[in-house]
Design a protein around this ligand. Structure first.
Ligand code: LIP
Length: 272
């Protein structure tokens, strides 16, 4: 960590404060009524006024608190190669699970991670509706509401509850559905909850055993992946690659290889 960079604890404190304010704004705007402001990659890839308002709120606050830092946000981007003077970049998903938010399903969250010199060192995921809050720092463990988290101890893939998701592109969805159809006879069951950041946090505390998904952006998984890792999970892609848009796999050590190999056989990182 470069001299002058704040500690991961200091970055987490900033992240938690901003995430709580952001979640409060998203909650209020939901109560006031929410509608689709625009669509992005496909007609089902929606953005609401709340996604934009929350991102602007966090961006403005970071510009006040840490003007030299870079911010990569889902809605306004910011040129993801820029980092600030002391190597800090923030990675923000203002509302992960936007479709759930639109439909009023209580599985949507503000996700904010702090990266120093390319390594995510602090992260918070706050459920907008339930108020549940997961936090982690690199080497400092994963926590929810003051309780230290440990992932599932399941060792049999056949008994594993698997969370996963589908993209917005119909061709990709068809490929992902084929993978799920082939996988489902070999696991306990599948859960499609609709927000990667929360899915990773639920996996971190064993409310599902494993999670995988193709097509995630950095903002979908940065904070949740740190929470999962600090709870004892292995979080990676296929073939020794890091977790990324090709595939994110999060599993306890005993389940990582069997899940990895099954997903590799099913070409889970392939398709459109
Ligand atoms: C969502 C992810 C989810 C995925 C959805 C979507 P968004 O992010 O969190 O895991 O299955 O297709 O990408 O669009 O709500 O920020």
């Amino acid at each position: 960590m470069e001299r002058g960079a704040p500690s991961s604890g200091e970055l987490l404190e900033i992240a938690v404060g901003l995430a709580r304010d952001a979640a409060a704004t998203a909650y209020r705007m939901r109560a006031e009524g929410v509608s689709v402001a625009a669509t992005k990659s496909t007609v089902t890839d929606v953005v609401t006024a709340a996604d934009r308002a929350v991102e602007m709120q966090v961006l403005d606050a970071l510009r006040r608190l840490r003007p030299a830092d870079a911010v990569l946000g889902e809605e306004y981007g910011a040129g993801d190669t820029e980092v600030g003077a002391d190597g800090v970049r923030w990675i923000l998903d203002p509302i992960d699970g936007t479709v759930n938010y639109l439909y009023g399903l209580p599985h949507c969250a503000v996700s904010l991670a702090a990266e120093v010199d390319g390594e995510v060192v602090a992260g918070v995921v706050r459920n907008v509706i339930t108020g549940e809050e997961w936090t982690a720092t690199a080497g400092g463990g994963a926590w929810r509401d003051g309780e230290r988290l440990r992932c599932s101890t399941e060792t049999d893939l056949g008994q594993a509850l698997v969370a996963t998701g589908f993209g917005y592109d119909p061709k990709r969805r068809a490929h992902q559905a084929r993978v799920v159809a082939e996988l489902i006879p070999h696991v306990r069951d599948i859960r499609r909850l609709g927000a990667a950041a929360l899915d990773l946090c639920l996996a971190a505390e064993g409310r599902v055993d494993v999670y995988y998904e193709k097509g995630l952006a950095a903002w979908d998984q940065a904070a949740g992946a740190l929470v999962a890792t600090e709870a004892g999970m292995l979080v990676a892609g296929l073939g020794g690659r890091p977790a990324g848009p090709d595939l994110v796999i999060a599993a306890p050590p005993a389940l990582f290889a069997p899940l990895h190999d099954r997903l590799a056989d099913l070409d889970a990182s392939g398709g459109p």
